[in-house]
Design a protein around this ligand. Structure first.
Ligand SMILES: NC(=O)c1ccc[n+]([C@@H]2O[C@H](COP(=O)([O-])OP(=O)(O)OC[C@H]3O[C@@H](n4cnc5c(N)ncnc54)[C@H](OP(=O)(O)O)[C@@H]3O)[C@@H](O)[C@H]2O)c1
Length: 291
């Protein structure tokens, strides 16, 4: 599924963050679309199963918005919350029944008849790829979901399912603070199979800003500022440009609840840092040169 160069992550819009009112959701959706960002990332569990519904309530105020956007959501994590009284323990469920029921619930929450991209949120030790493929096939054939992918899957977990059903996305944690996918084969696989890596927490969930006094953060901030000066770019823009330079075509899923930060992130795509600058930032993250 093609998306804009960045995706608006909605995890922090509701109960888990900004606690937007319905009107604030509507304004935020409209302003995000006006910026040219048309893809919104959700999960059934966000806001303890309330964020999709809140977003959907805003969409009801202006149903014309639905056709202008792409909606991503996820399923497979079961959280303990008063909104799901039957759950006794946090667990995973990737059974066919659960996937189908979760997708139906998301469709109803959003007041829409299709989801653009459905992801299995986390690899489930009990997952049966045949069952997942069966559920995905039913959702595809009914037109209720257009595209499919996974999140946080290793290379072998991805292949196991991809061999049965064509996946398009692996949404993974990836930032200058979390570079593991560059070394464990995940981004290599994305290039090899033409899979889109979507990077969640592309700014380390704001940790670099919060831990600005920690030695590693200080190194990264200082090097980003040096590189940023050359391009007239902010610290955040440099960190996003650093991800976007990777040949796998990383699409950052931004967690900010501020329109100004979303706007500024778009300019990151225009920064073409040099190979050496990229490695200077990597060294700032690792604290040592590459071997
Ligand atoms: N698939 C998965 O397993 C998974 C897991 C986690 C998240 N996600 C998705 O990824 C999205 C992004 O995750 P994230 O929220 O961790 O991403 P992030 O973009 O790395 O971090 C966002 C946080 O950083 C803060 N921030 C950003 N720029 C800042 C600045 N210049 N100064 C101070 N604070 C700043 C934001 O605060 P403000 O709101 O104030 O800007 C927000 O709290 C989520 O919304 C969700 O859609 C997926």
């Amino acid at each position: 599924m093609k998306s804009t160069t960045v995706i608006a992550g909605c995890m922090n819009w509701g109960q888990w963050g900004a606690k937007f009112s319905t009107q604030a959701y509507l304004t935020h959706i409209k302003k995000t679309l006006e910026l040219g960002i048309d893809t919104f990332d959700h999960a059934d569990i966000y806001g303890h199963y309330t964020t999709e519904e809140e977003f959907g309530r805003a969409l009801q105020l202006d149903p014309s918005l639905r056709s202008k956007m792409r909606l991503i959501t996820k399923c497979g994590i079961c959280m303990v919350t008063p909104h799901r009284p039957l759950h006794q323990i946090k667990s995973y469920n990737t059974s066919k029944t659960h996937i189908l029921a979760s997708a139906e619930q998301s469709l109803s929450n959003f007041h829409t008849d299709y989801i653009d991209l459905l992801l299995i949120h986390r690899p489930d030790p009990l997952m049966n790829p045949h069952e997942i493929a069966e559920a995905f096939t039913i959702l595809k054939q009914s037109g209720k979901v257009k595209h499919f992918g996974v999140s946080n899957f290793t290379v072998s977990q991805f292949s196991m399912l991809h061999n049965l059903f064509p996946l398009e996305v692996n949404q993974i944690e990836l930032s200058i603070l979390h570079t593991k996918p560059f070394y464990d084969g995940v981004t290599d696989q994305c290039i090899d199979k033409r899979i889109i890596p979507q990077a969640w927490s592309p700014l380390g969930a704001g940790k670099i800003h919060l831990d600005a006094e920690d030695e590693r953060s200080r190194r990264i901030i200082s090097m980003s500022n040096i590189v940023g000066e050359k391009y007239g770019a902010s610290f955040d823009q440099i960190l996003l440009a650093w991800l976007m330079k990777h040949p796998s075509g990383i699409v950052p899923v931004l967690g900010t609840t501020k329109i100004e930060r979303l706007k500024s992130s778009l300019e990151a795509a225009t920064i073409d840092m040099t190979n050496e600058e990229w490695h200077m930032l990597l060294r700032a993250s690792n604290g040592v040169d590459v071997p």
